[in-house]
Design a protein around this ligand. Structure first.
Ligand code: FES
Ligand SMILES: [Fe+2]
Length: 377
């Protein structure tokens, strides 16, 4: 059956947008597809695990699980952020949970203890074990890179550096100086939907005036949407829109001198495949980074950051941040309603995938990305 669904996906990917539909529903619902995604996408691609400034100090760490691999992401002695297996080298217990600051990681099972670089430093009652050499035991490392203030992790030692993958995007983003944006919050959530339902939802603006009429949709004119006419990129897609009139947020602060002309009121919305999406405005950004948790749940890392000149110039920072968060939380709830709804729809016997609008161009590009990774392995 997997080969049949993948064949349909591949055929759809090669159709022009005018003839495109949403993906076959089994692509969202079938465990076999998820297994294939783990192997060919989540074990191979760069996955964003948050903002580098959320781990400001030596020893600050977070835990994350990518494709069944628990990882610790930690800022080390040299200020560099690295990622390593979060699994004890004794009998494979998970070492750390959540986030925090640590000088050592001690396994909760038999207390084997590791340094932040993964080196085993103590293990009691192992003196009679001939096959044990502490000095040779270090937690396996994963690739980890800082890209313009984002932490990206990759389980594939052969993967091309994230900077190379995203080079055409870097040029566009440069005048925003996104790497200096200051994080104002980061949270983790779990919703009852397939990860791709939420990825696709974030990509398209078609739903904004309807599903978000209570929040962002009220100020959004769909005809302001613009796409890159250079065609499809391998590792990302994006759209952008320029705010007209005197929008209260989304425009450059007067002290911002790097954005010029229409770019002072233009927001870019990149999706870095497979599952990192953000809205980058001249004054703030907000993002989601997704990981599948079964076919029917998605793990969401959700956060926002502000341009430093904006934060410096507000009278009451706490109040300003709290207000921004309430607004974004409302947007999130509106999205939750639709992405949990469409996942329920995908499981219904009488449901079918319908044709796409020109405003859903990025969804069709996502289909092509998935087909490229899943259908030609
Ligand atoms: S499993 Fe970690 S010390 Fe035994
Ligand atoms: Fe939305």
């Amino acid at each position: 059956m997997l080969s049949q669904w993948l064949k349909q996906l591949d055929q759809l990917a090669s159709a022009p947008l005018e003839m495109a539909t949403a993906m076959p529903k089994q692509i969202y619902t079938e465990p076999e597809v998820l297994k294939h995604e783990y192997e060919h996408i989540f074990m191979k691609e760069w996955i964003c695990v948050g903002r580098a400034d959320s781990l400001p100090n030596e020893g600050d760490y977070m835990t994350v699980e990518i494709a069944d691999q628990p990882l610790i992401v930690i800022r080390g002695k040299d200020q560099k952020i690295t990622a390593m297996s979060n699994i004890c080298l004794h009998r494979m217990m998970i070492l750390a949970k959540g986030r925090g600051n640590a000088k050592r990681f001690t396994c909760p099972y038999h207390a084997w203890t590791y340094r932040p670089d993964g080196q085993l430093v103590s293990a009691a009652y192992m003196d009679k074990t001939a096959c044990f050499d502490k000095s040779k035991m270090r937690l396996p490392q994963a690739r980890c890179e800082d890209y313009l203030g984002w932490i990206y992790v990759n389980l594939d030692p052969e993967a091309k550096p994230v900077h190379e993958c995203l080079a055409p995007l870097t040029e566009l983003l440069a005048p925003y100086n996104m790497e200096h944006y200051v994080s104002i919050f980061e949270e983790e959530h779990r919703w009852n939907t397939n990860w791709k339902c939420l990825t696709e939802n974030f990509m398209e603006g078609y739903h904004l005036p309807v599903a978000h009429q209570g929040t962002v949709g009220a100020h959004f004119n769909l005809m302001d949407t613009e796409f890159d006419d250079r065609g499809r990129f391998e590792h990302f897609t994006y759209q952008y829109f320029t705010k007209k009139g005197s929008a209260p947020v989304g425009t450059a602060h007067p002290s911002n001198t790097s954005l010029e002309g229409k770019w002072r009121s233009t927001s870019i919305m990149p999706t870095v495949f497979p599952s990192h999406m953000y809205v980058l405005a001249p004054d703030h950004l907000w993002y989601l980074s997704l990981l599948p948790d079964g076919t029917d749940h998605v793990h969401i890392r959700y956060g926002a950051a502000m341009a430093p000149e904006v934060l410096e110039n507000v009278d009451n920072q706490d109040e300003y941040i709290a207000k921004a968060k309430v607004f974004l939380d409302d947007v999130q709830e509106e999205d939750r309603f639709v992405v949990e709804g469409i996942f329920k729809g995908a499981k219904a016997p009488l449901s079918t995938s319908g044709p796409l609008s020109w405003l859903e161009r990025e969804n069709h590009e996502f289909t092509a990305y998935l087909a490229g990774r899943l259908c030609h392995t």
